[in-house]
Design a protein around this ligand. Structure first.
Ligand SMILES: Nc1nc2c(ncn2[C@@H]2O[C@H](COP(=O)(O)OP(=O)(O)OP(=O)(O)O)[C@@H](O)[C@H]2O)c(=O)[nH]1
Ligand SMILES: [Mg+2]
Length: 605
């Protein structure tokens, strides 16, 4: 069954808890202090039905760290913005954090619409949608029929271009927890979101960062968290990190009901054996035995937020990951200063060793005054620091960031030379279960030597090209994924979702490569920003048709980028990569800040 864990985010007092109550009938502000002060302090948990879990985040700036611990590992966010206040500092910060955590999927609810004129709520909706777009979070197209007609929905139009009506079913829902306006629509949109949720890969190793620990008399300690990596069942043996204490799952609950198997992405409560409540706390994690090794150095693909100050090599900050946080010192690997909004490779030297799977996200904050600075994805854990400004190191990190598990394994086995490496090390590097790594090894030119190490085969060492044996099952799955991706991109036209939303695992990576090879998709880059977009070929064809007469008509001086943006009804974010592609194929030619008809267009017409 498709299902989704959705974080409810937004500024303090914007009505998140009231909205969750209206949606589910469940009260998430349970602490006496929360009731007395009227603000949320802890994470609140509710569910709409079997398919949709909601995590109600506290909005106050003092609790951003709590918000982060609730937001790691979730599938999507519901951004709540109050109609009477509009976008506020923690609206922006929460959205930025969601973007840095790679969440990518978002719904917008404008709350408290009973307090304002409809026109005001619509302006707030447009402001919220624009914010999402700036942070790389695509507001989700809502399934057909969602939304109560024009009065309830505000269409998403990134550039206010009257000539162009962008996909009208993509927008914000206007709600009120007092009058119940929009609540049914929001419920439906959340369900549609769960239905369109890709099931998560479950071939990793179990990781459960603990967000609460309590005891049930007669049953012993219980921990809760958002499960990652692999399914979990009663009887499973796990390790409690960092203590490495062996524990066993006695019983498992989801939504208050006992279950025999929980899936990655689900909120679970695990009743444990072999440990006392006093030995458990938020910030610890449960992991498959031997799956993780604690290390002092985390290597990251990092991105700083556009509003952050420039980050210097050696800067000190707080690193938040899973439900844990630690003091850290930043080591920039490919530059001396990370400018706002830029991406780079970096390492963090942690004040105390941590165990975290590859692929998990880390948020970096300044403690005082509190500010979210940057976020990144863990590429690997290291016992030592890496050389800075070293081409080989950077090539390796690029492969870890972009490569499929097969490519990473093949490269690591080659790197390991005659000594070889271990299945356990390869599993940690790829965040796959050892059994899955062993499967992949079957199709790679490697062998296990007498010492039990994984090494390249003799034949492979004599420079044979690495080829994978075709796997019909995998090829079928990839082809299905390719169709899904093409079906998503085609209607998105010239404003496609970001590649990171589409490429979420090895299969989608291969599917996109396939679509690029057969010409269904076109890769386009914004060279100034180093950002990449994937356009469907139909969108490019439509753009060429629209631009042809304009470029033809202005053969003398050419047309400005801003004119092209407004002719196509898109923002520069989409226009710059598109033009880069059109220049490359010589449809257009750049002359100063203008474009004229290129060789290919002249030949076309
Ligand atoms: N008029 C009106 N008031 C609302 C609505 N929703 C919430 N409120 C009021 O706004 C205040 C804050 O609501 P909460 O739901 O606690 O806000 P929150 O976003 O959860 O706040 P934090 O968790 O502290 O960030 C309360 O006094 C609510 O009664 C609404 O739709 N209309
Ligand atoms: Mg609240």
């Amino acid at each position: 069954m498709s299902r989704s864990t959705v974080g409810v985010i937004g500024h303090v007092d914007h009505g998140k808890t009231a909205l969750v109550r209206a949606l589910t009938g469940q009260e998430t502000d349970r602490l006496p202090e929360e009731k007395a002060r009227g603000i949320s302090i802890a994470l609140g948990f509710a569910h709409l039905d079997e398919a949709v879990d909601l995590i109600d985040m506290p909005g106050h700036e003092r609790f951003v760290r709590t918000m982060i611990s609730g937001a790691t590992g979730i599938d999507a966010v519901l951004l709540v913005v109050a109609a009477n206040e509009g976008v506020q500092p923690q609206t922006v910060e929460h959205v930025e954090i969601a973007g840095l955590l790679g969440i990518g999927r978002a719904l917008v609810a404008v709350s408290k619409c009973d307090l304002v004129e409809p026109g005001v709520a619509e302006l707030v909706a447009a402001e919220a949608l624009e914010l999402l777009e700036r942070s790389g979070l695509a507001p989700l197209p809502q399934a057909g029929g969602v939304g109560g007609g024009p009065a309830m929905m505000v269409a998403h139009s990134p550039t206010p271009s009257p000539s162009r009506k962008r996909e009208g079913n993509c927008g914000a829902i206007l709600t009120s927890a007092v009058s119940n306006q929009g609540i049914a629509e929001l419920r439906q949109a959340l369900r549609a979101l769960a239905e369109h949720q890709h099931s998560r890969p479950a071939d990793g190793s179990t990781w459960l960062p603990i967000d609460r620990a309590f005891a049930i008399p007669g049953h012993g300690p219980v921990v809760t968290g958002t499960l990652r990596g692999a399914p979990l069942s009663p009887g499973d043996a796990l390790e409690l990190l960092p203590s490495r204490r062996k524990v066993r799952v006695r019983a498992l609950q989801v939504h208050g009901a006992a279950i025999m198997s929980a899936q990655p992405g689900q909120r679970v409560a695990a009743n444990l054996r072999g440990v006392e409540l006093g030995q458990l706390a938020r910030g610890m994690a449960l992991a498959a035995a031997g799956a993780l090794e604690a290390a002092d150095w985390l290597t990251l693909a990092l991105r700083s937020v556009p509003e952050s100050p420039a980050l210097k090599n050696g800067a000190r900050m707080r690193a938040l990951f899973g439900t844990q946080e630690a003091e850290a010192r930043l080591r920039l690997l490919d530059r001396d200063v990370l400018e706002p909004g830029e991406a780079c490779f970096a390492q963090l030297r942690l004040a105390s060793p941590a165990a975290i799977p590859a692929g998990e996200h880390v948020i970096l904050r300044r403690a005082s005054p509190a500010l979210t600075l940057a976020g990144g994805r863990v590429l690997e854990l290291e016992a030592h620091r890496l050389r800075r400004h070293d081409g080989a190191v950077l090539d390796w990190l690029e492969l870890l960031r972009d490569g499929s598990p097969e490519e990473v394994i093949a490269a690591e086995v080659t790197r390991a030379g005659e000594v070889g490496t271990t299945v356990q090390h390869l599993a940690r590097l790829t965040a796959l279960a050892p059994a899955r790594v062993e499967e992949l090894l079957q199709v790679l030119p490697v062998e296990v030597n007498r010492a039990g190490a994984v090494v390249r085969q003799e034949a492979a060492q004599s420079r044979r090209r690495l080829t994978l044996r075709p796997d019909p099952e995998r090829a079928r799955a990839d082809a299905e994924r390719a169709t899904e991706i093409a079906d998503l991109l085609q209607p998105a036209g010239l404003t496609p979702p970001l590649p990171k939303v589409l490429i979420i695992d090895a299969s989608s990576h291969r599917a996109v490569e396939m679509l690029l090879r057969d010409g269904t998709l076109i890769r386009a880059v914004d060279r100034d920003k180093g950002k990449e977009l994937l356009f469907h070929r139909d969108a490019i064809a439509a753009a060429r048709q629209l631009l042809s007469p304009l470029l033809g008509a202005k053969d003398d001086g050419g047309i400005l980028v801003s004119e092209i943006c407004s002719a196509l009804g898109i923002s520069r974010k989409f226009c710059m990569p598109l033009l880069d592609h059109l220049d490359t194929v010589r449809f257009t030619r750049r002359v100063g800040d203008r474009r004229v008809a290129g060789q290919a267009m002249r030949e076309d017409s």
